[in-house]
Structure formats: structure tokens, C-alpha cells
Design a protein around this ligand. Structure first.
Ligand code: COS
Length: 381
């Protein structure tokens, strides 16, 4: 896509956010579901195919264009983005980056239209931050692999059509090296989806455990046709995913700032709008400055990724800074709203809960710090 076409998509997405997503936010929160008609509209705009290559029916957006779209969509309740985010991100990028031609042909066209939802099954009850310690096993049996184990908090598991599942094929190797990735279809009789988790926020976006009980898949389900490459695939996918979450954090921060400013201009105390008070202005100004820095950082790292740079360190810098920034901005937005920020009549109460997740998933802030520092040390040793 050329720049003009990307600008047209961005324009359509901005309009969609204002006219369709924001007005339906209370409904999504109350019903814990994205309305079907909105999902259909997302598919029609191309959101489910945003990052899938054009030859497989997607829009083929690079990282910068994706980040720009996600900043826009991020200005509405986070559950909307989550509906398509795993399909364009962690649930498809393993196939895009490392899949065989046959795997690409089998899944990418249906992912791009939203006909099937892609999901990413890495985390387990016993392995979260230490992803390489996962215990789910995949044992070769003739031309098949048999998968056993369980996965935890898997986003979009109840809706998924295909899971990228990480399982240990080499039991001798306890760490990251023994892990392989498989594409497992949700209608496989060896899969059971647990009950949908009750969460602090992100209502309308569903997570659940996924259980594999003698789940038999053909060897063609092995991602890229190679064993023991799964952990690297996961890390490559997460490099992109972390920039995506950073962009989403920028979007929600910009929304919270706009809402807090509007409230501060309207709410009067001591005979004047509270926006006239310097202590309120300080909260607005700090939020604006931090969101601006975060916006610039995520676009810079995204552009570098598009130019072929290794952005592992920068992706972690962006994930760390942008998600922590969104947490601070949400906290100030509640403070500016005062008591109104603590009741659910205004959206800040919900967004305050929603943004908390950004500092946890796709690697906690502490994991990002660890990745950044490890890279810094490696560069000088
Ligand atoms: N791209 C490509 N390869 C990568 C990579 C990346 N971004 N990051 C690591 N690798 C490779 C390493 O080079 C290493 O390869 P070799 O075995 O050939 O040396 C291999 O992967 C293992 O890497 P490492 O030794 O760094 O693994 P660790 O077990 O120490 O784990 C962390 C590293 C902690 C960074 C990783 O487990 C992690 O990201 N944890 C968080 C998981 C997460 O985000 N979970 C959220 C689930 S999705 S919602």
C-alpha cells in the first residue's frame, strides 16, 4: 500500500472510532461482548487483515502503519482492539514470519477476512515470565505429534479458530531451546476451552485456559516444519506485539487526556473551571508531555523495524515506557475527575482498570527492563 492508501485507511478508522466504537462503549462493558454488527464493520474496514500480506488477502501494513492505526483504535475502549489484535498480531505473525508456504496458504486468507480468529498459546499455569520453562509436551508418534498440557489466560481462546501452541518436543532440554510451535485448529477433539476468566477490566475481550489432552496433530502442523525453533518464533512475534501494545497505550492515554481536559474545562469549583488551577494544569501538562514522548518513541521504533533494524531492545523500551505512561495518565485522569472518576458514569473509571493489563501481558514491565538491560550489557561486553 502506498502512503495515500494508508492515509485513507487511517481516516476511515478514525471516523469508525468516533462514530461507532466510542458511542457503543457502555454496551460493550455491560454486555461483556463486542456487538456482532461492529465486528462485521471491523472486518469490512480490513482491521482483521491489517498486517497479513496482500498476497494472502490482507492490507499488508508494516509496523509504522499498524502503530498509527492502533493508536487511533486505542482511543476507544481496549476490548475493541483486542477483538482483532491477536488475529493481526501474536495469533498470525508466527505464520507470517516463520510459517511454510502451505501453512500461509491454509490460514492467512481466512485470518485476513476474520473468518477465523488467531490466538497465541504460550503462557501456562507454571510458566509466565519464564516462558522457556513451559511444560506442555509434544511427542512424535509416526507422522503425528501428540500434545498434552494446559495453557492459561489465552486471549480470544473462546473465539479462536487456530492456536499457535508452544510445546516442548525435546524433554532433555528444559529451557527455551527444547520448545517447538504448532498450529492447532480449535475443532481438534483433543482441545478443551476452560471457562471464560473474570477479569478486572477489558470486559468484552475474553481469555480462558486451553487444555490439550492427547491432542493429535499432523507433522504439517509444526510451524515452519522445524522443531526446537518455537521459542525464537515466540520472541520474534512478541517484538512486534510489544510495539503494538505500546501503540495501544498511546491511544488510550490520548483519549484519557482529552476526556480529562474536557472535564476540567467544564467542572467549576471555587467559582471557576478547575482547568484554571495550576495543580490541575500540572497533571494535564505532565500527561501531555509523556504521551507525546511515547507517541514519538513508538513511531520511531516502528519505522526502524520497517527498515529492517533489530528492534528487540527498542520494542521493550516502548512497551515499558508507553504502558507505564498510560498507567500514570489514567491515574491522573481519575484524580482530575475527582469523585466522578471513581464512579462508572464517566469512562475514566473503566479505562483506569483496563490499562492495568498493559503493564502485564506480552511481558511485564520487569521483563522489559530485563530485556533492555541484557541487551545494553551484551553490546559492551
Ligand atoms: N528474537 C529472536 N530470537 C530471540 C529473541 C528475539 N527477540 N529473544 C531471544 N531470542 C533467542 C535467543 O537468542 C536465544 O537463542 P539461542 O538459544 O540460539 O542462544 C533463545 O531465543 C533463548 O533466549 P534467552 O536465553 O534470552 O531466553 P530466556 O529463557 O532467558 O528468556 C525472556 C528470555 C525472559 C526475555 C523471555 O522468556 C520472555 O520474553 N518472557 C516473557 C514472556 C511473555 O512475554 N509472556 C507473555 C505471553 S503473551 S501474552
Amino acid at each position: 500500500m502506498d502512503l495515500e492508501e494508508i492515509a485513507q485507511v487511517l481516516d476511515a478508522v478514525s471516523r469508525f472510532v468516533r462514530e461507532r466504537l466510542v458511542p457503543n462503549e457502555d454496551r460493550v462493558e455491560a454486555e461483556d461482548a463486542i456487538p456482532h454488527e461492529i465486528l462485521d464493520e471491523m472486518k469490512a474496514i480490513g482491521l482483521f487483515g491489517l498486517t497479513i500480506p496482500e498476497e494472502y488477502g490482507g492490507l499488508g501494513f508494516g509496523m509504522e502503519a499498524e502503530a498509527r492505526v492502533i493508536i487511533e483504535v486505542g482511543k476507544a475502549a481496549p476490548a475493541y482492539r483486542s477483538a482483532f489484535a491477536t488475529t493481526i498480531g501474536i495469533g498470525s505473525q508466527g505464520i507470517v514470519i516463520d510459517g511454510t508456504d502451505a501453512q500461509k496458504e491454509r490460514y492467512l486468507p481466512r485470518l485476513a477476512t476474520g473468518e477465523i480468529i488467531g490466538s497465541f498459546a504460550l503462557t501456562e499455569p507454571g510458566s509466565g515470565s519464564d516462558a522457556g520453562a513451559l511444560k506442555t509436551s509434544a511427542v512424535r508418534d509416526g507422522n503425528d505429534f501428540v500434545i498434552n498440557g494446559s495453557k492459561r489466560w489465552i486471549t480470544n481462546a473462546p473465539e479462536a479458530g487456530v492456536f499457535t501452541v508452544f510445546a516442548r518436543t525435546n524433554p532433555e532440554e528444559k529451557g527455551a531451546r527444547g520448545v517447538s510451535a504448532f498450529l492447532v485448529e480449535a475443532d481438534n477433539p483433543g482441545i478443551t476451552i476452560g471457562k471464560t476468566d473474570r477479569k478486572m477490566g477489558h470486559h468484552g475481550s475474553h481469555t480462558a485456559d486451553v487444555y490439550f489432552d492427547d491432542c493429535r496433530v499432523p507433522e504439517t502442523a509444526l510451524l515452519g516444519g522445524k522443531t526446537e525453533q518455537g521459542f525464537k518464533t515466540a520472541m520474534k512475534v512478541l517484538d512486534r506485539g510489544r510495539l503494538h501494545i505500546a501503540a495501544a497505550s498511546v491511544g488510550i492515554a490520548e483519549r484519557l487526556i482529552a476526556d480529562a481536559l474536557a472535564y476540567a474545562m467544564e467542572r467549576e469549583q471555587f467559582g471557576q473551571p478547575i482547568a484554571q488551577f495550576q495543580l490541575v494544569q500540572a497533571m494535564l501538562a505532565d500527561s501531555r508531555a509523556e504521551a507525546y514522548a511515547a507517541h514519538c518513541a513508538v513511531l520511531d521504533a516502528a519505522r526502524r523495524r520497517d527498515q529492517g533494524e533489530d528492534v528487540t531492545e527498542l520494542a521493550s523500551c516502548c512497551k515499558l515506557f508507553c504502558t507505564e505512561m498510560a498507567g500514570r495518565v489514567a491515574d491522573r485522569a481519575v484524580q482530575i475527575h475527582g469523585g466522578s472518576g471513581y464512579v462508572s458514569d464517566f469512562k475514566v473509571e473503566q479505562f483506569y482498570r483496563d490499562v492495568r493489563l498493559y503493564r502485564l501481558y506480552e511481558g511485564t514491565s520487569q521483563i522489559q527492563q530485563l530485556i533492555i538491560a541484557r541487551r545494553m550489557i551484551k553490546q559492551v561486553s
